[in-house]
Write a protein that binds this ligand. Structure first.
Ligand SMILES: Cc1cc2nc3c(=O)[nH]c(=O)nc-3n(C[C@H](O)[C@H](O)[C@H](O)COP(=O)(O)O)c2cc1C
Length: 308
């Protein structure tokens, strides 16, 4: 009997639903263990006011929080570890960082193949770079990645996701906007990845797994979004360090800087990013080869620590 451990963090259940559909196609010779990460204190869902922005510095700087002990027996010799998570501020969500930086992660991941499953809005590649590093540091070997995203136009998806995250309602905002998040269709079609992963587990053969997953459209990147995200991550890092100088989570001394970040974020999303997109498309022919190379890299599972 092969043993697969699935570790997830999902607030609304969206990422969990994707995972459930993927593993529904696994062979019955595979024994599944499910572990849901539980941070202490729990992050609110729906989010309220500043709590949302207060999660930014620790997400970006990858500072662990407290967490309930895992329920799984970490001495079990798993054949594969699957990690399922959303993205927070272009970074790994704090509960996943907390797990990946723990000694339990080292015990579970050491020498083991790992597959990541992301349920994001549309900007996940920079977080995945952080996650690649943390998996490597825990001794794991990333062999596959599936990233599902909201297919709506970028600015529309910002409006709908804010509605969802702040109200907890995954419905049509004002009756006119599309449903937030990953479409029901994309979530239910995630079952197509199950067979490929299941075969890899049974044969213990992961070398071409990502190519097989890519053939099933496990990753679909927009060059413009990736370019925006790269710039955004650099700026978020500066903001995170600036805010952290005033204290840790919940510290009143950092509220003013968090508010500054909130207004900056709104400006950058709705005013600066459309202009940046325009510049991207105008200059696109000049950087065509470099952009194509980057897209190939971000679609894969290899880690190149220094990215231009
Ligand atoms: C605090 C916070 C920050 C987020 N930042 C991003 C982001 O930078 N990029 C992105 O694609 N999605 C972002 N999202 C959306 C999540 O990736 C995810 O799609 C959504 O939170 C639902 O995930 P769930 O499975 O935890 O319910 C963010 C969500 C939260 C709560």
């Amino acid at each position: 009997m092969k043993k697969v451990l699935v570790i997830t963090y999902s607030q609304s259940g969206q990422t969990d639903e994707i995972i459930e559909n993927i593993i529904s196609g696994f062979d019955e010779k595979i024994e599944l263990y499910i572990e849901k990460l539980k941070p202490i204190p729990e992050f609110p869902f729906p989010w309220n006011g500043m709590s949302f922005y207060d999660a930014m510095p620790e997400s970006v700087e990858m500072i662990p929080s407290d967490m309930q002990p895992l329920s799984v027996d970490i001495s079990i010799d798993f054949d594969l570890i699957i990690l399922g998570y959303p993205i927070w501020f272009l970074s790994p969500p704090i509960p996943l960082t907390t797990f990946l930086k723990s000694k339990e992660a080292v015990k579970l991941l050491s020498g083991k193949p790992v597959i990541t499953v992301i349920g994001a809005r549309n900007m996940w590649v920079m977080a995945q770079e952080d996650i690649k590093i943390m998996i490597k540091e825990a001794g794991g070997e990333l062999k596959g990645n599936i990233a599902l995203t909201d297919r709506n136009y970028n600015l529309i998806s910002v409006v709908t996701i804010v509605h969802w995250l702040m109200t907890g309602k995954k419905d049509n905002y004002l009756g006119i906007f599309p449903k937030p998040g990953i479409s029901d269709n994309d979530i239910s079609n995630a079952d197509r990845f199950g067979q490929v992963i299941s075969d890899a587990v049974l044969k213990d053969e992961y070398e071409n797994l990502q190519e097989k997953l890519l053939a099933l459209k496990a990753v679909e990147l927009s060059q413009n979004i990736v370019s925006t995200e790269q710039k955004g991550k650099r700026i978020f890092t500066i903001w995170a360090r600036f805010i952290l100088k005033k204290g840790g989570v919940g510290d009143k001394a950092r509220v003013f800087r968090l508010k500054m970040f909130k207004w900056y974020l709104l400006f950058i999303i709705f005013a600066a990013s459309p202009i940046a997109s325009l510049i991207f498309y105008i200059t696109w022919p000049l950087f065509f080869v470099r952009i194509r190379r980057k897209m190939k890299y971000y679609s894969g599972v290899k880690l190149k620590v220094k990215q231009e």
